[in-house]
Structures are given as structure tokens and as C-alpha cells.
Design a protein around this ligand. Structure first.
Ligand SMILES: C[S@@+](CC[C@H](N)C(=O)[O-])C[C@H]1O[C@@H](n2cnc3c(N)ncnc32)[C@H](O)[C@@H]1O
Length: 250
């Protein structure tokens, strides 16, 4: 593991104690299955109707997984390099009787059999932690069975540029759309380094790894809002998230 990824992992291990401290609230939230938003439900409807075996790289608190099961997934294997996160997610899933299994491991490099997933589901703050996007895409293509689907619902690559000013949207003077990385100053903080991948790089990298793009949309709504913040950049004029559905070529 390279130095930056090791430092980011340590930042996540520290930040993940939030998921333990808020265990009961997150358990109640998980039980509602509300973590999948309408954008995700619409695009995943057909895939979920076939009871897919799901792999979720960077599964985090696992609330997405409970919602995926409630929406039709047969099982979910979550992979995350934070052992604190994985323990809390496994405990929650077990308590709710959900068929989810969690593995502590780095992505890319998931210790899972090839062609074992009908659906790879990821996003909501995942891609920014990938230093090597080509290796990420190859790992996903490897675990997907031929014609299996990849779904990504993620922060738009322009999001690091927006200020959280409430009067009007502004561009941060210290950020650039084509920059390689920046230091995270919100969550998990602690000096974590986020990698920047623009939409062109994401699409081209997935195609090179053997996937075909079925759908790509950009949205004004952010997938995450910091509590108490109501930024003008989120009011509808700017892109804040995107969703992508792809399929491994047969
Ligand atoms: C913002 S969360 C997104 C996941 C989930 N949707 C959620 O909301 O909890 C990012 C997760 O990625 C994990 N992560 C970051 N880099 C990783 C890597 N290289 N390998 C495995 N997990 C990683 C972190 O531990 C964290 O749990």
C-alpha cells in the first residue's frame, strides 16, 4: 500500500468511530431502507428485479447494502479497508438479518473470486479515494460476471470546486477541475488526500477495462450535505452528482 493510501486509511479508521458512536441511529436508519435515493432506484430497478449477487467496494457504514437487499438483492459482499467500519456494518446487518458479509481489504485488490458478482455497486464518496483508477476499473471488471452490471452514484467531479457560500455559488480559489488531488477539509478530514477524476477519465477508464456504458446522467442534487449547511451551489444551477450504469462486455 502506498504512503498516501496508508495515511488515508488511518484517517478513515479514526473517522469511522462516528459509525460506532452513532450505532443505534444508523441501525434505525438502515432498517428503513431509505439509503437508496430515487435516482438509484430508477436506474437499478431492472437489475434488482433479477435478485443479483452484489459486491460493494468501499462499503462504508453499509446502509446502502441493507437498502439494496430490501430492494431485491440476493446478497451483498462489502469490501472496505477500515476494520472499525466493517465491524459496525457487519453487526448492523446481522442484527437486521440481512444477507450481507463484510471483508476488510483495500480496493483495488478485492480478495473475491472472479466473475462472482451480478452487480458491483459503489459511490457516494468512493472514487476520490482511488489513486489508480485503471486498477480500480480492472478489479471491478474482474469480479463482475460477463454481462454483469456496474452502478456508480457519485459526487460530480466538479464538486471540489464549489464553495459552501449561502448567498451565491463561488469557485474555490485553491481548487481546479483538472487538478490531480486536493486535501480533504471536511469528512474524514485529518489531512486525507482526495484524488480527482473527471467524467472523461472515468468513462474512458471503464471502457478500457472492458465495460460498455449504458447510462450516464448528471444531477444538481448532491448525494451528501454537511449538516447545517445550505450552500447556494446546491440550489440547482450546478452539477453535484452523477450516476453511471455500465455492463461488462460478454
Ligand atoms: C464516504 S464512504 C462511502 C461508502 C458508503 N457509501 C458510505 O456512505 O458509507 C468511503 C469509504 O471508502 C473506504 N475506503 C477509502 N479508500 C479505500 C480503499 N482504497 N480501499 C477500501 N476502502 C476504502 C473508507 O474506509 C470509507 O468507508
Amino acid at each position: 500500500m502506498d504512503v498516501t493510501t496508508r495515511a488515508n486509511r488511518s484517517a478513515w479508521e479514526t473517522a469511522a468511530h462516528k459509525y460506532v458512536d452513532e450505532y443505534d441511529e444508523l441501525l434505525a436508519q438502515a432498517a428503513t431502507g431509505s439509503e437508496l435515493v430515487a435516482i438509484e432506484r430508477d436506474l437499478l430497478r431492472e437489475v434488482l428485479s433479477r435478485s443479483p449477487a452484489v459486491v460493494h467496494p468501499q462499503s462504508g457504514h453499509g446502509l446502502d447494502d441493507i437498502a439494496l437487499v430490501q430492494a431485491g438483492a440476493r446478497s451483498v459482499v462489502g469490501v472496505d479497508y477500515s476494520s472499525v467500519t466493517v465491524r459496525a456494518a457487519q453487526r448492523r446487518a446481522d442484527e437486521l438479518g440481512a444477507p450481507c458479509r463484510y471483508v476488510v481489504a483495500a480496493v483495488p485488490g478485492m480478495p473475491l473470486a472472479g466473475a462472482s458478482a451480478d452487480l458491483v455497486y459503489t459511490g457516494k464518496g468512493a472514487l476520490i479515494w482511488m489513486r489508480d483508477l485503471a486498477a480500480w476499473a480492472r478489479d471491478i471488471a474482474r469480479v463482475l460476471r460477463p454481462s454483469g452490471h456496474l452502478f456508480v452514484y457519485e459526487a460530480h467531479p466538479a464538486v471540489p470546486l464549489w464553495t459552501w457560500d449561502e448567498d451565491e455559488p463561488r469557485i474555490r480559489p485553491d481548487r481546479g477541475y483538472f487538478a490531480r488531488s486536493h486535501v480533504n477539509d471536511t469528512f474524514p478530514g485529518n489531512g486525507a488526500v482526495e484524488w480527482q477524476w473527471n467524467l472523461g477519465q472515468i468513462v474512458t477508464t471503464l471502457v478500457a477495462a472492458g465495460l460498455e456504458i449504458l447510462h450516464l446522467s448528471e444531477y444538481p442534487e448532491p448525494f451528501w450535505r454537511a449538516g447545517g449547511v445550505s450552500a447556494a451551489a446546491w440550489s440547482g444551477r450546478l452539477p453535484n452528482s452523477f450516476a453511471l450504469l455500465a455492463r461488462r462486455r460478454p
